[in-house]
Design a protein around this ligand. Structure first.
Ligand code: ADP
Ligand code: MG
Length: 395
């Protein structure tokens, strides 16, 4: 796999380098509520710009339906990127059109431009490989080399991730390289006990991960919205909590196959509404009331999970333990995250919301060995799936 270092060694002065970054930040209107991904993209962009490259950044934001939509414009991201880089970032008003061409043509050596949201072009995510290929050809015409630095998208076969890498000399950016290296430690020979903390909203998204991880790990601590499908599989009533009824049988089977490895909450925080000023109670998992929903794990559970985490050699955490965005339901996530920070373990956080939780709850980012910028990508890697955006770089 050729890397950014190889490209810099070749010399980049005056060369146009297309960098696929992951700048998919959470926005509140036009305000970026967590700029972690923008910050994570800085080292690669800075090294290229300082070496005299003309840097063309491509990225997506949200899920526009293949056409421009003001609320998914990368304008706030261009502004933030410019602030953090300490240099102006020119934003093209289209993806590969006249504005993109003119913006790139206007770049000086060491200049940085951002193309508009690549998902404004329906071909980016098209199921038709020929369409993606056509867009990739247009991306390739804007640059002389390609650096893949958006780890959060390397599990996608998309024009700016996958097809374009075959059309230009392609290199792994520092971020992709670092991510792959860390995740290989987890799939290789992780220090034991290997503890996985899984939460988040959808059990169906994560069951495949649980299946493939169960034989390799020593314990899986379950929290978040997904724990209720497991609790239902144990025969408990879950009130109005998130429930994926069609997954109950699978959860039952997993619990039967690995009763000692899967840990479920003993207590939960229930609320009568999905809101920060809802009425709440902390109850045993067996006592979730009809009409109430579980929005966090309770203190007994946090304590139990803390003990397991304290003894771990390796911890992988994906998915918040509760609705951490609302203060009354943030304590489970905080408790588990603090336990990971305190543990003397190699610790990896994967998942956009989990990483955002670390920052929003004010936990020290350097308390974790690695915070992955790619939720889906890190999970697919751990499942043992091929990441097209990485294997294409391996040639
Ligand atoms: P990640 O991005 O880290 O992979 P997910 O996207 O799977 O995590 O899930 C994050 C979301 O899960 C958060 O927005 C959080 O509010 C939500 N969540 C956590 N616990 C619950 C719960 N008990 N009920 C509903 N939503 C929950
Ligand atoms: Mg998420």
């Amino acid at each position: 796999m050729k890397t950014l270092d190889d490209l810099l060694a070749e010399g980049v002065t005056g060369r146009r380098v297309l960098v696929r970054a992951d700048l998919n930040v959470p926005l509140d209107g036009e305000t970026i509520t967590d700029d972690g991904r923008v910050r994570a993209s800085l080292p690669t962009i800075t090294r290229l710009a300082e070496a005299g490259a003309r840097v063309v950044v491509a990225a997506h934001l949200g899920r526009p339906k293949g056409a421009p939509e003001a609320k998914y414009s990368l304008a706030p991201v261009a502004a933030r990127l410019g602030e953090l880089l300490g240099r102006e970032v020119a934003l093209a008003t289209d993806v590969v059109g006249e504005s993109a061409k003119a913006t790139v043509a206007g770049l000086a050596d060491g200049g940085v431009a951002l193309l508009e949201n690549v998902r404004f072009d329906a071909r980016e995510t098209s199921k038709d490989a020929a369409e993606r290929d056509a867009l990739a050809t247009e991306f390739a015409a804007l640059a002389d080399a390609f650096v893949s630095d958006g780890f959060g998208v390397v599990h996608r076969k998309q024009a700016s991730v996958y097809e374009v890498a075959a059309k230009l000399p392609a290199y792994a950016g520092g971020l992709v390289l670092a991510e792959v290296e860390v995740l290989r430690t987890l799939t290789g020979d992780p220090a034991r006990p290997y503890v996985v903390v899984l939460g988040g909203s959808k059990v169906s998204d994560k069951l495949a991960v649980i299946e493939s991880l169960l034989p390799k790990v020593d314990a899986i601590l379950v929290g978040g919205g997904m724990c209720f499908t497991f609790l239902a599989a144990e025969g408990l009533g879950v009130g109005d909590s998130l429930l994926e009824a069609e997954m109950i049988d699978t959860c039952k089977r997993l619990l039967a196959e690995h009763p000692e490895k899967i840990l479920l909450p003993a207590d939960v925080v229930i609320a009568d509404a999905f809101s920060a000023d809802a009425n709440t109670h902390t109850v045993l998992a067996a006592n979730i009331r009809e009409g109430w929903k579980g929005l966090d794990i309770g203190p007994i559970t946090v304590e139990r999970y803390r003990e397991v985490i304290a003894g771990a050699g390796t911890v992988f955490w994906n998915g918040p333990m509760g609705v951490f965005e609302l203060a009354p339901f943030a304590e489970g996530t905080r408790g588990v995250a603090e336990a990971i920070v305190a543990a003397d373990a190699f610790s990896v956080v994967g998942g956009g919301d989990s990483a955002a939780a670390v920052r929003l709850l004010g936990l020290p980012e350097d308390g974790f060995s690695h915070i992955s910028t790619g939720g889906g990508a890190s999970l697919e890697f751990l499942e043992g799936k091929d990441l097209p955006g990485v294997s294409t770089l391996e040639g």
